[in-house]
Design a binder for this molecule. Sequence first.
Ligand SMILES: [Zn+2]
Length: 321
Amino acid sequence: MAVNILELNKTYNSQLKCLNLLSKLRWGGSVKCTNCHKTDVRLYETKSGRYFCRSCKTQFSVFTDTIFEGTLLPLPTWFQIIGLMLNAKSSISAKEIERNTGVTYKTAYYVCMRIRVGMLMPETMLNGMIEMDESYFGGKPRKANKSKEDSQPNLSTPTTLRGRGTNKVSVVGMVERQGNIKTKVIEKLTKRNLLAMLKNNAKKEDSVLITDGFKSYIELEKYIDRLVVNHNKEFSRGIINVNTIEGFWSNVKNGIKGSYRAISKKYLPLYLCEFEWKFNHRNFSGNEFETYLRNALEQEKELLYWKAKSSDKVKKIAYEK
Ligand SMILES: [Zn+2]
């Protein structure tokens, strides 16, 4: 169900109210130290929501190890941006967030990236009829960026060519009919990589895989039953089609094209997970806002990974200058 932004602004109009919600979603009734996980803690400062742990003598807050860590942006604004992002049909650009909330572009960009990290979904095993297909993102390198190492494909230029070209990024997707989707950026579409993705994301019992005729999928038959759609001869044979996953690809590509001039290969997985979240919650009838927050508060490991990646980038840019 879409987030009612007006209602959200009314309900969570102060930092304290927002803090209370985060605290409730993260710890339920009893606050746990983020370091030693013990509950012998006391509130240290109400305004900032900081706690002191009597066991390990550290300070922490509900922000610690979450997407909100280190933020100076007031929580009501965070909540508003989360609401806008969840409501956007495909995607929303930082520029649009800037226009809607009045935060600077830089802040909007940073917050959107953090929010995307919070959209990473826990691993689920797909089953039943599963469509698997790959898609390629990116076009030719820009002229100024010719050297092989530096070239970043412009991912907003969609391509449907099955090029194993130097500059296209391949993404593999698996979708359960009427169910969830899982995508992964895979540098090399080898049989081995495809099989690993399949094993990690599909229950082989009672499942049937549907793919097109791409050679690398043949090997998967050793693991799971497979039906093949031959695009050269027919678009689909009744229920044997990859229409769901192809619909997803075109939605992602249109969304990226419409909202961004260019996105880098490095951050493509984060944009994909935003589209995945939207797809997987397309028929969700509960409170999506709270469901999102609960999920986001649990992305400690992912957050560390992406934090390392972004500081990596900062270093690289500084070095190149
Ligand atoms: Zn502690």
